[in-house]
Design a protein around this ligand. Structure first.
Ligand code: LLP
Length: 436
């Protein structure tokens, strides 16, 4: 079985219809570029995830992929939990209405203060290493264990090898995250024997660039560990967090794997892990959001120097950091539209897509084949719903754009206001809230 929504990308025609709606609603009278997030498609992707796993599972969507609270609220309303990489993200999750016991807190740098707060709030807390477990143990000393609201797990590096993209792979022999399974098996078992409040195992092997086979191999290793822990401590493990990392398609030629296939493979390869004895936790981010987002910018200038054409648009390395700095691993498809928002269909020619930032390398795409562009046209960048706004860079201090949500009917819903020049200036000014 597969779910069409999980692999669906917003098409060129979808970009056109949302852009036309935005133009009709007058948004481009006030904005040079906007971000549109298709909330229906996002909800359909979440529904596919929910249907693929047992109903008791917790699907904690990774906040770092898209922290816009209005977007997260939609997911939380559907029953989603939220995976947080910082206390700030825990705060964001709370603002999105996520109950504490559906918040999963993962970070390799949790301070004692973070840990105390996380235990207090009663979140699912995945410790990254043994020293962190010792800090948790110290905090729990003298506490009534029966009253412990939080669930505590340990992140394991399953050591299944790196994926295709080094910077987002965390399952190699040496990783910044988790305790290495082969190297530290004895200590892992000792930790579970020593601390009865340690009731979860956590694994995540990477983001984009990993295959389903790699994700399943990681789960299989975790299952073997589970079985060993069970022999010594029957019933202690409650949660099995299998992380996120299912890749998405960023181009027409690639078909992304479906979550249903992944869950079926897991059931086949890891029957104990998937037996229903454990609560399965997932942490998908990219696959929920990336294909739901479109950035629409007016083309400000078109320049032709030395026979090469460049189109200047309003998003650059501030918004598409990875494609600008690491174009061999990351790229997006672009659509050219006329001033009324209709897809242009004339013969294509190569364009360099120049961003607005003040450095020579700020190109969000090179040799992009597009119909002839003139100032006043629009360009949409596709599949920008994840790890774009959340990786925003302040370089050159340009304002973050308006974010609107699209639904099947009704006007575009404002989800996050655009920043203003004054707002950005104040952001750089001290003192401000929180400083002392
Ligand atoms: N869980 C943990 C512990 C993670 O570190 C991540 C992503 C996820 C879940 C979600 O993975 P996803 O399902 O979204 O692939 N574009 C960014 C990617 C960083 C991803 C980091 N972790 C970058 O280029 O750095």
């Amino acid at each position: 079985m597969s779910s069409a929504a999980w692999v669906q990308r917003l098409s060129n025609d979808d970009c056109s219809s949302y852009l036309r709606q935005a133009i009709g609603e007058g948004l481009f009278e006030r904005h040079d570029w906007i971000l549109i997030h298709d909330l229906n498609l996002m909800e359909a992707k979440y529904a596919a995830l929910d249907a693929a796993f047992a109903s008791e599972s917790l699907h904690a969507v990774a906040v770092k992929a898209n922290p816009v609270v209005g977007v997260l609220r939609r997911l939380v309303a559907r029953g989603a939990g939220l995976e947080c990489a910082s206390m700030e993200e825990v705060e964001i999750a709370a603002r999105a209405g996520c109950p504490p016991d559906q918040i999963v807190f993962d970070s390799p740098a949790k301070t004692r203060r973070d840990l105390a707060q996380a235990l207090d709030r009663g979140v699912v807390l995945n410790a990254d290493n043994f020293d962190e477990l010792a800090r948790i143990a110290a905090l729990l000393e003298g506490e009534d264990r029966g009253a412990l609201k939080a669930h505590v797990g340990l992140r394991i590096n399953p050591m299944v090898g790196e994926g295709a993209i080094a910077a987002t792979s965390v399952g190699g022999r040496v990783s910044k995250f988790g305790v290495p399974l082969e190297e530290a098996q004895a200590e892992i078992l000792a930790a579970f024997e020593r601390w009865t409040w340690l009731t979860g195992v956590h694994v995540h092997v990477g983001s984009q660039g990993c295959t389903v086979a790699q994700l399943v191999a990681a789960a299989k290793r975790i299952e073997a560990l589970l079985v060993t822990i069970e022999e010594r401590r029957p019933g202690q493990i409650v949660d099995v967090d299998i992380g996120g990392g299912l890749p998405v398609s960023y181009d027409t030629a690639t078909v992304a794997p479906c979550v249903t296939t992944y869950a079926d493979e897991l059931r086949r390869a890891c029957p104990t892990l998937m037996s229903g004895r454990y609560r399965i936790i997932t942490e998908f981010g990219r696959a929920i959001h990336a294909n739901c987002g479109v950035a629409a910018s007016r083309v400000e200038y078109v320049k032709t120097y030395g026979g090469s054409a460049m189109a200047v648009v309003h998003f650059g390395a501030d918004f598409l950091m990875r494609p600008v700095y690491n174009p061999d691993d990351w790229s997006h498809e672009f659509v050219a539209l006329d001033p009324d928002g209709r897809v242009k269909t004339w013969p294509a020619q190569p364009y360099a897509m120049a961003g607005p930032l003040c450095f020579g390398g700020d190109f969000v795409g090179r040799e992009v084949m597009l119909p002839a562009l003139t100032p006043g046209d629009f360009v949409c960048a596709r599949d920008v719903g994840a790890y774009t706004l959340s990786m925003w860079s302040r370089h050159c201090s340009r304002a973050q754009p308006l974010v609107v949500g699209a639904t099947a009917d009704g006007p575009l819903e404002p989800l996050r206001a655009a920043e203003t020049p004054r707002g950005v200036a104040l952001d750089w000014e001290q003192p401000r809230e929180g400083s002392s």
